[in-house]
Design a protein around this ligand. Structure first.
Ligand SMILES: Nc1ccn([C@H]2C[C@H](O)[C@@H](COP(=O)(O)O)O2)c(=O)n1
Ligand SMILES: [Zn+2]
Length: 195
């Protein structure tokens, strides 16, 4: 690293630590914390954290299913099915060889979250998902009993699969809503507990 970059990095770290100390000094430790994560941010952040497990080089998606008691009952991310090793199956999508396309193999985050459920059923649950579900996942969502989908990105809104998902959700009475985060970024600092 060039010396001036490392100096700037150190300066930024010092500023950050200074800010944290200042905040700690003004914090009233006899009162309830106010900068805690809201439920919704917590669930969407869980979906984003799950997405970090994805090996897909282009799009990492995560999904988190929550029941009516605000308990997380399923989490998943996009990845190869069990037994289909992610070093052996293709991550490519633009290929001459037809069956060398990841889209033939990858299990979507939503499907994995549904399959990974740790409760009897998903009746009236809400799914928090990084990207609007495709038509295949929409079918699984509907059949599973999930009643609400909260998504972050609708960047594939014009694709036929997304249009079909919305058509099915509307017919099946599944509400869907774009997520508006309270905070744009959530920082996880493993060292924080030592301060
Ligand atoms: N709602 C979605 C949409 C997509 N995925 C997965 C499937 C692939 O692994 C990747 C999309 O790849 P791209 O075509 O953007 O290169 O994301 C999902 O899990 N859930
Ligand atoms: Zn899907």
């Amino acid at each position: 690293m060039t010396p001036w970059i490392s100096d700037r990095k150190q300066l930024a770290m010092d500023n950050l630590n200074g800010l944290r100390d200042a905040l700690n000094e003004t914090r009233d430790i006899t009162k309830k914390r106010l900068d805690y994560l809201e439920w919704e941010d917590y669930f969407m952040a869980t979906a984003f954290l799950a997405a970090k497990r994805s090996k897909d080089p282009v799009t990492q998606v995560g999904a988190c299913i929550v029941n009516e008691d605000k308990i997380i009952v399923g989490v998943g991310y996009n990845g190869m099915p069990k037994g289909c090793h992610d070093d052996e199956f293709p991550w490519n999508k633009k290929t001459e060889v037809d069956n060398d396309n990841k889209h033939l193999y990858v299990c979507h985050a939503e499907l994995n979250a549904i399959i990974n459920k740790n409760s009897m059923n998903l009746k009236n649950c809400t799914m928090y998902v990084v990207l609007f579900p495709c038509n295949e996942c929409a079918k699984a969502i509907i059949q599973s009993g999930i009643k609400k989908v909260i998504y972050m990105s609708d960047k594939k809104a014009s694709k036929i699969k997304t249009v079909a998902s919305k058509r099915m959700f509307e017919a099946a009475g599944i509400s869907y809503q774009q997520f508006i985060p309270r905070s744009k970024k959530i920082l996880i600092d493993f060292d924080e507990i030592n301060n």
